[in-house]
Design a protein around this ligand. Structure first.
Ligand code: SF4
Length: 616
């Protein structure tokens, strides 16, 4: 135990007013200058822990019991008036979505000045100077001018910097960063995380870093707690955790990560999902998903077992003398099935794109005359063969998604050629195009927004078939739908339910089934796993790989996630400002990048390498 922790949290329990615990008796400490990461999937209670500490809980959620002290001040008992001085002063918080956290009708300078006035007593001309200094410190160029701009005039990465400047304005001893880079591109993420590390080094500030990203933890945290279903299930130093993850859940999180080494096998997905709040009152909460569970796990709640001075785990494997178990539990590979042999690619290009251009006119003046063009896609050429996966990588705004839509002619290209199975698509009449589109389907990033909430799953799957007059009689279509649900790992009873009744991963399965309903040969997948947790991502990647093996599908996989590219792609195109700047096999581009932009993209990805994982 640290003798002088800055923050100490003891058996903190946060609950819904009706009783179920969201955060359930968690304890941890953070020292000055230390970064402590809370790691886990959505819904495991990480953000609620942060909001409990800040006393910013949403309506209907209360701090039920336990204690939290910062510099010996008891946070949970402080009168609200004094808490306001702590919030933004002793401890500050930055959120995932800077766009939602900044006030759109105040300039960034006014917003930072508010914090300076409240917590530092600085006002007037001094406040303006301090604002400019803070904006410079967080790397905003031309700070003297930009201080009087509004949030909408800043990009996502710059807004996050403004949020950090606001947080730093109160000179906090503890910064709580809740998924601070999840909404950002990988190069901006690297810059923001470096900025936080540098600031910490200069000020000795402590940081509570909330993330689901093991790469971010590997590069930034000193110590880590893994949360599952409201509890901390493992706590260790970063090196201990990465060298030898103890809890079966932590081991599975590591095993679910896609990478090149896993290319020829299915990723180890964690079956099932996090249990609903309060649904497991007895036994281990991970037991329904744990392949090491035995009778005791269902009957008795595991206690916290200390392994070392500052390391511990909540699992019976470490508290009971179990035959065949040891502290160094080998990773269970029972779910790592070999994928079926991918059908040999014929190498004949299925899709050939040459010199494709999509330019959007910029109109000005009363007469809306064309004053110039935004060249969203600027002379792109690529090819995809049957049964192959081409990854299109690049950052937000580089033209990836516009290109995907232009291939399907959802956006009319300005110029160039798109040949599918030997015939030209550009210039086709609308009805001819509609029948060709069946062979090329799209799967979108957000499974929440891409399914019609008013239709049941069966209707969603049938819609495309009806529109294209495919699938035969109504009973033949129903049989086809049953087959699609089986293929995509969904229960047949799912047909009669609505999208909102499913989890994110299940909805993405429905979106894939919908795309497959019209028997396509090419799927354009636009960031299909970026809204999903790592274990759910593993399930979807496994599904896409096995569908490719079974049906010989080709994929154009639009993504910014290079680990997914390593796992899935045969070829890679790197896009930057509307152009393809590098292309080649996945091996060539990722192992020996030639273009400076590809090099900087690869350098910005947080890596877990260099920290040997106990079980591969
Ligand atoms: Fe698995 Fe049992 Fe350990 Fe829970 S207590 S993680 S079910 S082995």
């Amino acid at each position: 135990m640290n003798m002088n922790p800055l923050l100490s949290v003891n058996s903190l329990t946060t609950a819904l007013r009706n009783g179920a615990n969201i955060v359930d008796g968690i304890s941890f400490e953070i020292a000055a200058g230390e970064t402590f990461a809370l790691l886990g999937e959505s819904g495991c209670g990480k953000s609620m822990t942060a909001l409990s500490l800040m006393r910013l809980l949403p309506d209907g959620v209360v701090n039920k019991s336990g204690a939290a002290q910062i510099e010996k001040v008891s946070l949970l008992e402080l009168p609200e008036r004094e808490m306001r001085a702590v919030r933004g002063g002793t401890m500050a918080m930055i959120f995932q979505e800077p766009g939602l956290s900044l006030n759109p009708v105040m300039t960034v300078g006014q917003q930072i000045a508010e914090v300076l006035a409240l917590h530092q007593g600085i006002g007037g001309a001094d406040a303006l100077l301090s604002c400019i200094e803070l904006l410079e410190q967080v790397g905003i160029p031309d700070a003297a001018r930009r201080v009087s701009e509004y949030p909408f005039q800043f990009s996502g990465g710059m807004k996050q910097r403004v949020m950090i400047a606001m947080a730093l304005a109160g000179k906090p001893k503890l910064l709580i960063a809740d998924e601070p880079t999840t909404a950002l591109d990988v190069t901006i993420q690297a810059q923001v995380l470096k900025l936080l590390r540098d600031t910490q080094r200069q000020n000795g500030m402590a940081m509570l870093l909330i993330t689901h990203d093991l790469g971010v933890v590997a590069e930034n945290a000193h110590r880590v707690a893994v949360m599952y279903a409201g509890e901390i299930v493992e706590q260790a130093s970063r090196s201990e955790l990465f060298a030898n993850p103890l809890h079966p859940y932590t081991q599975k999180l590591f095993a679910a990560l896609p990478d090149a080494a896993a290319r020829n096998r299915a990723l180890m997905a964690i079956p099932g999902s996090v249990p609903p709040l309060g649904s497991i009152t007895q036994g281990c909460r991970f037991a329904p998903r744990c392949d090491k569970a035995w009778a005791l796990c269902h009957a008795q709640t595991p206690a916290w077992t200390k392994i070392g001075e500052r390391q511990g785990v909540r699992c019976h494997l470490y508290s009971e003398p179990v035959a065949g178990s040891s502290l160094l539990v080998a990773k269970d590979n029972s779910e790592q099935t070999e994928l079926g042999n991918v059908q040999p690619a014929t190498r004949k290009p299925l899709l050939q794109v040459s010199d494709l251009q999509v330019h959007f006119p910029i109109r000005k003046g009363i007469l809306q005359r064309v004053a110039g063009y935004v060249k969203a896609v600027d002379g792109v050429s690529l090819e995809i063969s049957q049964g192959r996966t081409l990854a299109l990588v690049g950052e937000s705004g580089c033209g990836k998604t516009t290109l995907g839509k232009a291939l399907l002619q959802l956006i009319r290209p300005t110029d160039g050629s798109v040949r599918f199975a030997g015939s030209e698509l550009i210039g086709l009449a609308a009805d001819e195009l509609r029948s060709r589109r069946a062979a090329m389907q799209m799967v979108f990033q957000d499974p929440y927004a891409s399914l019609n909430p008013k239709l049941r799953v069966a209707e969603i799957l049938e819609e495309g078939m009806s529109a294209l007059n495919m699938g035969g009689s109504s009973s033949a279509r129903q049989a086809h739908i049953d087959g699609l649900l089986d293929k995509c790992g969904l229960a047949r009873s799912a047909k009669w339910r609505y999208p909102h009744e499913f989890s994110g991963g299940q909805r993405q399965r429905i979106a894939i089934a919908r795309a497959l309903a019209v028997s396509p040969r090419l799927l354009i997948c636009d960031e299909p796993t970026s809204a999903l947790d790592v274990s759910v991502q593993a399930q979807i990647l496994n599904l896409l790989k096995s569908l490719q093996a079974e049906l010989g599908l080709s994929y154009l996989f639009i993504t910014h996630n290079l680990a997914v590219v390593e796992y899935l792609a045969h070829e890679v195109c790197v896009m930057y400002q509307g152009k393809v700047v590098e292309r080649g096999t996945a091996e060539q581009v990722l192992r020996a990048p030639q273009h400076d932009y590809t090099k900087s993209l690869l350098a910005a990805v947080p890596r877990i390498v260099g920290m040997p994982l106990a079980s591969g």
